[in-house]
Design a protein around this ligand. Structure first.
Ligand SMILES: NC(=O)N[C@@H](CC(=O)O)C(=O)O
Ligand SMILES: [Zn+2]
Ligand SMILES: [Zn+2]
Length: 428
């Protein structure tokens, strides 16, 4: 299949045509022609490399009522993604070669994005014994990212062992940094507001203490560490210190932590309940600055679909987590591009190149250039729209952006040259 994308602006720069042949970018230049090519009019649209998510919950196997690999893949493609890492906290847990291969195959069958399974660090996410890390790495799913996300690998000796094993496999441990002894019963960010609202607090120190511990362990072992959903200003400072010492640590921030604060808890609407919790405006500003600086490497969605009965209940009994895939790029445009903190090349770096490098993905996160795999998206940056949860492709409806106006519409996404989204509509 030959595609000719006319008049797009690669990285928001000068308009050019992009010729796609056999799944690769054949040429980028002015006034390209190709007989028999399918033409896509991209005048005024920004072309970016396909996005890569390091942190998606697809809920299959086990909670197909909340999301499936297929529905989550569709949400991802509509968000401009060409690859997503599927977290291991499914039922059964993705702690064996069998489960990660099953998820990987379901992703291939859906065919909308490359679904890259994350393997659990410990059996059943129980934090007691290491899972079969080598078998997952050697499986057809080729697991390189290991995480007990949803839970922290809290035992420091076990975390050390995990770092040692995963280093030998050429992979990375992605830590959900939460000292469980400091977050018993926690419902929201600990501060004046949690006291006033009468909700048990989740102190910043519960996250920062684990990050500080883990960068020391990663340094000692000489292993790579990745920190999931960094949410506090203090965490950014610790990461900056660790990087300055040469520790091999990378980190991600979610779209919701770049935009929303604990003020959202005022109405007790559980759609805003999430781990780690929404923090203060000072934290939001520090996270944006950290992402701009590069101390935070990547934006990762932590897309966490939940069924209505688990979310539309009283705050204390609601599950934590919120949707992210379909609005992630719009939130980054609003918080990072329109504020002047990142240009389009910066967006491509933080949402495509660096997450692909962290996950050791081949064929993703590559620049828009001749010879590269044709994984790319077209964005209309000027369009602003109000988010309607009923219109989402996700099987769940727990979007924290409901009713909010956000900039930027993903018009098209291409996976190895095949359109997965055209005119803003999924092609499967
Ligand atoms: N972020 C959340 O609040 N929830 C996630 C788990 C996690 O990312 O810790 C989930 O699986 O629902
Ligand atoms: Zn987590
Ligand atoms: Zn998560």
């Amino acid at each position: 299949m030959t595609l000719l994308i006319k008049g797009a602006k690669p990285y928001g720069e000068d308009a050019a045509d992009i010729l796609v042949e056999d799944g690769r970018i054949a040429a980028i230049g002015e006034d390209l022609t190709a007989t028999g090519a399918e033409v896509v009019d991209a005048a005024g649209l920004v072309a970016l490399p396909g996005l890569v998510d390091l942190h998606t919950h697809l809920r299959e196997p086990g909670r197909e009522d909340a999301e499936t690999v297929e529905t989550g893949s569709r949400a991802a493609a509509l968000g401009g993604y060409t690859a997503v890492h599927a977290m291991a906290n499914t039922d059964p847990v993705a702690d064996t070669a069998g489960v990660v291969e099953q998820v990987w195959r379901l992703g291939q069958q859906a065919g909308l994005v490359d679904v890259v399974p994350v393997g659990a660090v410990t059996v059943g996410l129980a934090g007691e014994r290491l899972a079969e890390l080598g078998a997952m790495a050697d499986s057809a799913a080729r697991v390189r990212v290991f995480s007990d996300d949803g839970h922290c690998v809290a035992d420091p000796a076990l975390m050390r062992r995990a770092l040692e094993y995963v280093k030998a496999l050429g992979g990375v441990v992605a830590q959900h940094a939460e000292e469980p002894r400091l977050t018993v019963g926690a419902q929201m960010h600990e501060g004046d507001r949690s006291a006033r609202l009468g909700l048990t607090g989740w102190p910043a120190a519960a996250e920062e203490a684990i990050i500080a511990r883990d960068v020391l362990l990663a340094d000692h072992v000489g292993a790579r560490l990745h920190v999931c959903h960094v949410s506090t200003a203090g965490s950014v400072e610790i990461l900056r210190w660790a990087r300055s010492r040469g520790v091999q640590v990378t980190a991600e921030v979610t779209p919701h932590h770049l935009l929303l604060t604990d003020e959202c808890a005022e109405g007790y609407d559980p759609v805003f309940k999430v781990n780690p919790p929404l923090r203060t405006d000072a934290d939001v500003q520090a996270l944006r600055a950290g992402l701009a600086e590069g101390v935070i490497d990547a934006v990762a969605t932590d897309h966490a679909p939940h069924a209505v009965e688990d979310k539309e209940t009283e705050w204390a009994s609601a599950r934590p987590g919120m949707l992210g895939l379909e609005q992630a790029l719009s939130v980054v445009v609003a918080t990072m591009v329109e504020t002047g903190l990142l240009d389009w090349r910066g967006v491509a770096d933080r949402m495509s190149a660096r997450p692909a490098a962290i996950g050791r993905l081949d064929g993703h996160g590559r620049p828009l250039a001749a010879g590269e795999p044709a994984n790319l998206l077209l964005l209309d940056p000027g369009t602003r729209a109000v988010v309607d949860p009923a219109a989402l492709a996700s099987r769940s409806r727990n979007s924290p952006y409901a009713g909010r106006e956000l900039p930027g519409r993903v018009v098209a996404t291409f996976l190895r040259g095949v359109p997965t989204v055209l005119d803003g509509k999924a092609q499967k």
